[in-house]
Design a binder for this molecule. Structure first.
Ligand code: AMP
Length: 355
């Protein structure tokens, strides 16, 4: 942030009348629902006009809509939002619509550590963080001529898996690749996918203890990706590729899932190591984060991505998940975030969870 710090802004806030604000998209119904349950006022930022479909979900509808002409203008409205004691909960679409630079400069208290964006969006830095924490990531193939096993080619900054493709040989790679866009080539890991939704509190000690604060596992999902997840309805991938139909990885939804209980200790060890490393590198990944994993037939986890805020995969669990039910009934990630803000406001330590 520029001259004004989050601490300065918070000084002017009425902590008994905080408003939870986010952009109306992604996981906003869940966030508003959770915030209302914890007694907060809610504000939904929308472009052009209030979205009509929110009327059909009264428990997820924000108390107030804040209309802007363009998401990129949100920064200019910071003072108005400060008057409403607004605390922003960023989600994937929030950061994408605003743009990383605007998001980093936004003069509003924001849930989580904004510095994490640098470590998450740069693939090299992400690898330093996750491998530094002892996690196994898919192997990277630096030179496409060395492709000797199935690989997935990922374009940098591509949202929702758009444009990604699989190649089994260098020739296949050459046929498909767009050299104008920077890309990374990764080993395609065979196994089953689990997207693990953690919550790290640096200020509460009532869960899986870490050197500072504690860790929870609130839920997990599997993404539904078109067309890869249903392409077999038409034929095998090899058959389809022969006639020029290639599978794509565009996320369209999320499917609830649970995991073999014996794998949970590994899930916590990974979450623990990721948080500890983040504390060492950049002050900690605060609040929700998600490890995107593949479990191999040797029951080993390979982690191909981290998302350092609420993910849309938590949406199947607005009324709670099989894991959060063991913490509290009807506990969604959205509600857990609201609880953290409420706890920090009561204990006068909001600066520890907001940046
Ligand atoms: P990402 O944008 O990295 O989350 O990748 C988009 C999708 O591609 C994931 O949800 C997975 O289905 C798939 N994927 C990504 N990386 C790998 C990998 N190394 N091995 C297998 N599948 C992957």
């Amino acid at each position: 942030m520029g001259e004004i710090t989050t601490k300065d802004i918070l000084k002017g806030y009425d902590k008994k009348h905080l408003t939870i604000a986010t952009v109306c998209s992604h996981s906003s119904l869940q966030l508003f629902h959770g915030a209302k349950k914890e007694g907060f006022k809610t504000l939904g930022i929308a472009v052009g006009e209030a979205k009509k479909f929110y009327d059909a979900f009264p428990l997820g509808k924000p108390d107030e809509f804040f209309i802007v002409d363009n998401y990129k203008d949100i920064n200019e409205h910071a003072a108005e939002l400060q008057e409403k004691n607004a605390i922003v909960i960023p989600h994937g679409s929030f950061v994408e619509y605003l743009g990383a630079q605007n998001f980093l400069k936004l003069e509003l208290p924001t849930f989580g550590n904004r510095n994490v964006l640098v470590w998450e969006s740069d693939r090299e830095k992400e690898r330093t963080w996750l491998e530094g924490a002892g996690l196994t990531m898919p192997k990277e193939v630096k030179d496409p001529r060395q492709i000797d096993t199935p690989v997935i080619v990922k374009y940098h900054g591509a949202k929702g898996g758009k444009g990604f493709f699989i190649a089994k040989t260098y020739e296949e790679f050459l046929k498909r690749v767009d050299h104008d866009k920077p890309y990374t080539i990764q080993e395609f890991v065979m196994g089953t996918r689990y997207y693990l939704h953690y919550f790290y509190s640096p200020i509460q000690k009532n869960a899986y203890r870490l050197s500072k604060g504690s860790l929870q596992l609130l839920s997990m999902d599997r993404r539904d990706e078109t067309t890869i997840d249903e392409v077999q309805r038409l034929g095998s991938i090899a058959e389809l590729e022969e006639i020029g139909i290639h599978p794509t990885f565009v996320v369209t939804g999320n499917i609830p899932i649970v995991m073999r209980e014996s794998l949970l200790s590994k899930v916590f060890q990974m979450g623990d190591a990721v948080v500890e490393k983040s504390l060492e590198l950049f002050g900690g990944v605060i609040g929700s984060f998600c490890l995107e994993t593949v479990v191999t037939e040797e029951l080993e986890f390979k982690v191909f991505e981290i998302s350092a805020r609420i993910v849309a995969g938590t949406n199947p669990y607005i009324a709670g998940s099989p894991y959060s039910a063991l913490i509290q009934t009807e506990l969604s990630t959205g509600r857990r975030i609201a609880q953290e803000i409420k706890y920090a406001a009561q204990h006068k330590c909001l600066e520890e969870i907001l940046t």
